[in-house]
Design a protein around this ligand. Structure first.
Ligand code: AMP
Ligand code: GLY
Length: 422
């Protein structure tokens, strides 16, 4: 089977690395990919949001399945674009259509979905410029801190958490006035949930679903979760507090009602659902849905999956996922993200990366890298995720960190406390 994977980050390298191990695979293409994906497949210089170029490539190379890594092409409707074109309508796309992708593309849609299907989540109120007064009144019913979320996609920057009510009110106004562009035309005000976060991943064909290994990621740039939010600085899987009792609640209260809710709402959904949740005193509450795998969570979740991922994707496409089960590696996987100095603010690219010949017992998943002649150079804020297995979290982290020190580039930075709270 010829497969095209869209995307270029660590998540896509992990997906490509795993699919490349499948006997079912003939050709693997990654658009646009990075220096890591080119080691397991063929990179093609196509922007995933250029649907026409993607379609032409699919026809030209006889692609038989397309896997969509990032959310943007899904939210923009790449699946619908394929379904509406007679030349490619028959090509299975792993990822939801525009309607299902609204779970990530609109916070208000996601909250209404959860309310309609009795899925536990924080109390909320949705505001536009027309009812800002009601928004102020709702804020007054809450205790600090206050959570404000731009409705639309805002590259992970659209959530503000504020301690002061007056600041919350003025930020609400600023968001509605365009602080985050059109993404903030609607703002969801939420009750603050206090607890520890967990990332849960589901693969579904729209009927049956498989819960993949869970993970915890570390979003802040600084040690002990301080400083600015990033795409993610590291991850651990499994997560000790996500024991069988907790995961049973997640399955019964969240995963099943989500998949059933999509069915009830007549939203066909074939792909990943990433549930970001908060463990509040032992009970799970949904913080957000994403319609893709997480990054850097993929860099620990995917290596723990023993099943053939292409075989699972084929079952998703055919609608017979219910006959599949998941075998999981019970060891702990950890990943430490090496980033460019300055990230998540401004940073330089094009720095030569060295040490590839020195690392041992780890898997390097490239995020922002590219080939430049004989060298591999940095090409983004997040550069390489260093994944390792161990008998427990500390054992795995020791190996991730030993190797993280061996890969080098100018102004390399990484957090040295991944997993500190587990
Ligand atoms: P989101 O983009 O919805 O994942 O929000 C970004 C981050 O803000 C989450 O990962 C949480 O750490 C935090 N957050 C979002 N909503 C809430 C909430 N209702 N209570 C507490 N923290 C939240
Ligand atoms: N690591 C969080 C995300 O992928 O959105």
């Amino acid at each position: 089977m010829n497969i095209l994977l869209l995307g270029s980050g660590g998540r896509e390298h992990a997906l490509a690395w795993k699919m490349a191990q499948s006997d079912l695979l003939t050709g693997l293409y990654i658009a646009p990919g990075n220096a890591g994906t080119s080691q397991v497949g063929t990179n093609v210089d196509i922007n995933p949001n250029d649907f026409n170029a993607v379609k032409n490539f699919v026809i030209e190379k006889n692609i038989e399945m397309m896997v969509v890594g990032p959310e943007e092409p899904l939210v923009r409707g790449i699946k619908d674009y394929f379904l509406n074109d007679p030349f490619v309508a028959h090509i299975p796309v792993i990822g939801p259509g525009k309607d299902g992708a609204m779970l990530e593309g609109s916070k208000e849609f996601a909250k209404e979905f959860m309310q309609r299907h009795n899925i536990p989540t924080a109390r909320y109120f949705s505001v536009t410029a027309d009812n800002i007064g009601e928004g102020y009144s709702f804020l007054e019913t809450l205790n600090a801190p206050y959570v404000l979320k731009a409705d639309g996609l805002a590259a992970g920057k659209g959530v503000l958490i504020l301690n002061d009510i007056n600041e919350a009110k003025s930020e609400l106004k600023a968001m509605l006035d365009g602080k985050f562009g059109a993404a903030g035309n609607t703002v969801v005000i939420e009750e603050f949930l206090s607890g520890i976060e967990l990332s849960v991943f589901v693969l579904t064909d729209g009927h049956a679903s498989i819960i993949l290994p869970e993970a915890k990621d570390y979003k802040r740039i600084g040690e002990h979760d301080t400083g600015l939010n990033t795409g993610g600085m590291g991850a651990v899987s499994p997560v000790p507090f996500a024991d069988s009792g907790f995961m049973k609640k997640v399955k019964e209260r969240i995963v099943i009602p989500t998949v059933e809710g999509l069915k009830e709402d007549k939203i066909p959904y074939k792909g990943f659902i990433f549930i970001g949740l908060m463990n509040v005193n032992g009970d799970p509450y949904v913080i957000e849905y994403n319609v893709r795998m997480g990054d850097p969570e993929s860099e620990v979740v995917i290596p723990r999956i023993k099943a053939d991922l292409v075989d699972l994707f084929k079952a998703v496409a055919a609608g017979n996922l219910k006959v599949k089960s998941l075998e999981v590696d019970h060891r702990t996987a950890t990943t430490v993200m090496l980033v460019s100095g300055g990230y998540p603010g401004s940073y330089e690219k094009g720095k030569k990366i060295t040490g590839f010949d020195k690392v041992e017992d780890c898997i390097l998943f490239h995020a922002g890298t590219k080939q430049a002649g004989a060298d591999i150079v940095t090409n983004g804020g997040r550069v390489i995720a260093v994944t390792a297995f161990g008998s427990d979290k500390n054992d795995a982290l020791r190996i991730s960190y030993r190797n993280a020190a061996l890969i080098d580039f100018e102004k390399k930075y990484y957090r040295s406390d991944i997993g500190f709270d587990l």
